[in-house]
Ligand binder design. Sequence first.
Ligand code: HEC
Ligand code: HEC
Ligand SMILES: [Cu+2]
Length: 479
Amino acid sequence: MNLRRLLRPLRSRLLFLIPIAPALLVACNKEDPQSTFGTSGPIADTQASLFIFIFWIAVVVFVLVEGALIYSILKFRRRGSSDDSLPEQIHGNTKLEIIWTIIPVFILIAIAIPTIKTIYDHDGPPSDQGPVLEVNVRAHQWWWEIDYPGEDVVTSNEIHIPVGQWVNFTMHSDDVIHSFWVPKLAGKLDIIPGDVRQLAMKADEAGFFFGQCAEFCGEAHAKMRFRVKAEEPEEFQNWLDSMRRPPVELVSDDAVAGQTVFAANCSSCHATNTWQAPAARNERTRLAGLRTAFIGNIEDSAVIPAPNLTHFATRATLGAGLVELNSENLIKWIADPDDVKEGNRMADLAAPYRNNSLSSDDVRQLSAYLLELKPVAADAVMDTSSGGATEGTAEERGEAVFTGSSGCSGCHSTGSDDLVGPGLAGLSSRSSDAEIHQSIVDPSAVIVKDFPDSVMPQIFGSTLSSDELNDLIAYLKSL
Ligand code: HEC
Ligand code: HEC
Ligand SMILES: [Cu+2]
């Protein structure tokens, strides 16, 4: 049998590789958002170098072993139909067996030393390279809860970090195993329920880095993405500060109407008020409470932990890093979240989707509202926490608190119309000062008949100063 005939059946199979080879090579493009070759930080760098080192060892082993194999196949092949001789049999050759046992041992040692060293080097941020930024990450099916401990800043799905500073992510999961992976910054780490996992990384350059859950975690797993926004330290600090400023006043009529629709349909799961420190501090507990309610009633729960939407309009992505945040995508999401991200729990559980109760006006107004949720400029912050005025009569100041960023006017009309909460006209004829005060700071103590409980936020006792509360009560009594 000659060589050409020997290779013929193989050739047709190799031809099949030609069209798919470019596809395989494209996977190595450094510019791709999820490429581990185009690295932007020291952790991903050493991991990539280690990979390349092991890759070349594997190439050498491959060439030598396959070379010896091909050489033997050709050299000792049967020559012609009359060739019945067997090549020399070397089975049981002690010398050879010792050699090919020892060589792999050395290869494995050569791989193990840098691998184990890298594992230890990457265990936590280095202690000699400046202060470390702590970030808490909580993985949910199928989105990410983010908070900055000590900073009173909570957000979701987009993580801001400063360039050039080490960041230590402390990660939790309450449901299933997820895996945190920012390919250009660091390799993945599994987040196991009940366990606290830590992953340190640093970005050497500014960028909007792609992140992805890398452990199959249920229906929408492939769409459980996120972003890491690495920005210059000053910009990062500005962002942190902006997350603690009140939102701008709503401009469009749609947005103002949308605030009420949101309060009625969406605020049971989503918070938009964590720019206020007490609300930010409370957010994790609030979400944990929603989770308990969900676990108690998995099929029919109307509440569930959901991404924090404070200053949502400043984000670039929607649906846990899935699509660009713009009005078109947001309208699509609010009209039918499943249309954008199949399997997500909002479409499954939120009452407006179960009852199909959102009109197209509602959808448009909700989108307008969310797209106006952004912080006031740094120099526009007034000296009261809720953006209220400091001048005028108590009633005027109270009115400013009511219509301002505490969001009362999103849920209450000042006439007799019921929105999410009761219309407040004539309040003083049915309640004493003390009762009004209690309705505001501890709304769950007495629930107005025919209105839902636990819809009015339980935070005003800590977000409003006692002066603001007094002004507010003065204003409400005047209605
Ligand atoms: C039952 C709780 C629940 C209710 C009620 C609810 N949502 Fe959601 N929402 C979620 C969950 C859970 C997610 C995360 C979905 C995902 O990405 O898997 C989400 C995601 C979102 C997002 C995307 C956030 C991001 O970071 O990408 C927006 C915007 C949103 N919801 C708006 C709304 C609006 C508007 C309403 C009211 C019509 C609403 N939600 C009602 C649970 C809820
Ligand atoms: C997310 C919607 C929401 C927001 C925001 C909200 N409330 Fe309410 N409020 C309600 C609901 C629902 C009720 C009725 C259920 C209850 O008693 O808790 C209510 C009840 C009240 C009552 C009792 C009314 C009565 O007829 O006895 C007062 C007073 C009140 N709210 C004042 C305020 C003030 C002041 C603010 C802003 C600081 C505010 N609310 C913000 C939803 C809201
Ligand atoms: Cu996941």
